[in-house]
Ligand binder design. Structure first.
Ligand code: FES
Length: 192
């Protein structure tokens, strides 16, 4: 059985940099245009709100603020009302997915083997909470139920890869491998 030690609270270790792929102004315009495009295939009846939100999420990977605003206007529901509906269903995200999505399993087996401690380790290292994305959009953090690999508990899904028997040290190792990969990429791009 793995032994875990509860780490004292400390400042996030990961340095965050704002480096979005698309400049903010362009991104808002892109969201506005693409949301208008989605809304064109619906009538403005309230019963269409959930399918509209689902389409928006599948287009952007989350519900951008601007898209929520447009959906609210279109269905004649207040923005608060739309947010209320969206937060009721845990299928919706309110932050863009990271380039490397991290999903920590908190199903029964993983929970029993210290899944919560692993989740806290990710939160500390990334400096974000569940449902959030780092400012550089490299990582997003989510919680999932059983992913079917209970014998490997506690499990974290990193991108599409199952990582079993995860410990806080392993969390550091995974992040370090991403850092190394990124530095190598930057070096290669700098050379070309
Ligand atoms: S409970 Fe985590 S994989 Fe089954």
């Amino acid at each position: 059985m793995l032994q875990f030690v509860t780490m004292p609270k400390q400042k996030p270790q990961r340095k965050l940099k704002i480096k979005p792929d698309v400049p903010a102004a362009n991104e808002e315009e892109l969201v506005r245009n693409q949301t208008a495009d989605i809304l064109r295939s619906y009538s403005g009846e309230r019963r269409n709100l959930i399918p509209i939100l689902q389409d928006i999420q599948s287009r952007f990977g989350y519900l951008p603020q601007e898209a929520i605003r447009q959906a609210a206007k279109f269905t004649r529901i207040t923005e608060i009302g739309v947010l209320g509906v969206a937060t009721f269903y845990n299928q919706f995200r309110f932050n863009p997915p990271g380039k490397h999505p991290i999903k920590v399993c908190l199903g029964t087996a993983c929970h029993m083997k210290g899944g919560q401690i692993i989740l806290e380790a990710w939160q500390r290292r990334l400096g974000i909470n569940v449902g959030e994305t780092t400012l550089d959009r490299e990582f997003s953090l989510d919680r999932v139920a059983c992913v079917g690999c209970c014998a490997m508990a506690p499990v974290t899904v990193v991108e599409e890869n199952i990582q079993g028997k995860v410990s806080p040290t392993r969390v550091d190792g995974i992040l370090l491998s991403f850092d190394i990969e990124k530095k190598q990429q930057e070096t290669t791009e700098g050379d070309s």
